[in-house]
Design a protein around this ligand. Structure first.
Ligand code: IPE
Ligand code: IPE
Ligand code: MG
Length: 254
């Protein structure tokens, strides 16, 4: 029989785990380069597109996990401005997956109080996909839960070029002395969203691949060998643990 004040085994361990979770600093904004769908599928003798559909399931789960962990913004890289260079059949499959995802998300994100924003140049997407995105963004715009940004036809350089164009159109660049980072910030696709605290890239590559070039200036970078379809809550928590061991100095001294 367990006496008061002595270790009670499982329950004690569980409590300790909960305490560790509570003690952890949760990043406000996590960005993810979801990489490795194709390699994951190939390893299993399946077509690359199977990896993409598994990857889509992982996104849904990680969004829920991120929300439960108290992350306020999650941004995922779904399709880059460079991904059009892939074989037409793969691009088509990815676009169809995105179409399907927008429909599922409309129901799920409305129910779960998630606010969705698609970042990237939407003008090159098929009209029906643009409409589905607009519907999802409008439907969830006043939700107050986690902010979920999906990067589609997104490139960091392209976003900066479009931001400068937008700033020009708004007449914000007429006085060179008045141009500052805040002007550019306010014209980016991510306007109003804090910069990512933590960037995660899956499946071993250690590069940015044109993701959030402006916003990642002081983000902590975390790379894992896990392919995206195998990424789960445990892996997300591991990344958060690593983040908790980083010293963020922003060029100053601690
Ligand atoms: C990430 O997985 C998804 C997209 C880039 C659309 P990949 O398709 O890049 O998979 P790998 O890196 O080739 O394994
Ligand atoms: C980055 O992955 C883009 C997305 C995850 C959507 P890629 O697989 O396209 O990047 P590279 O080609 O390895 O740099
Ligand atoms: Mg890849």
């Amino acid at each position: 029989m367990t006496q008061a004040g002595t270790c009670c085994g499982f329950l004690c361990r569980k409590k300790k785990a909960e305490q560790t979770m509570e003690d952890r600093k949760i990043p406000v904004h996590v960005a993810i380069i979801m990489d490795g769908n194709g390699r994951w599928a190939k390893k299993r003798g399946m077509p690359r597109t199977f990896g993409h559909s598994q990857g889509a399931k992982t996104v849904e789960q990680i969004l829920e996990d991120a929300d439960e962990l108290g992350i306020r913004y999650l941004t995922v890289y779904a399709f880059s401005t460079e991904n059009w260079a892939r074989p037409a059949a793969e691009v088509k499959a990815l676009m169809n997956l995105l179409r399907r995802y927008m429909k599922t998300a409309l129901v799920k994100c409305t129910k779960n109080n998630v606010r969705v924003r698609v970042i990237g140049d939407k003008s090159r997407l098929a009209p029906d996909l643009q409409e589905a995105i607009a519907a999802l963004e409008q439907e969830t715009a006043s939700n107050t839960g986690i902010g979920f940004q999906i990067a589609i036809n997104y490139g960091g350089r392209d976003e900066i070029v479009r931001a400068v164009r937008r700033a020009c159109e708004k007449g914000l660049l007429s006085d060179p002395d008045a141009i500052d980072g805040d002007i550019l910030d306010s014209c980016l696709d991510t306007a109003g969203i804090p910069d990512p605290d933590l960037l995660i890239r899956t499946c071993g590559e250690q590069r940015i691949s044109n993701f959030l070039l402006w916003q990642l200036a002081y983000s902590e970078l975390y790379f894992t060998d896990k392919a995206w379809p195998d990424f789960d809550r445990k892996e997300l928590e591991k990344a958060i643990d690593a983040y908790n061991h980083r010293e963020r100095r922003y060029g100053g001294l601690l």
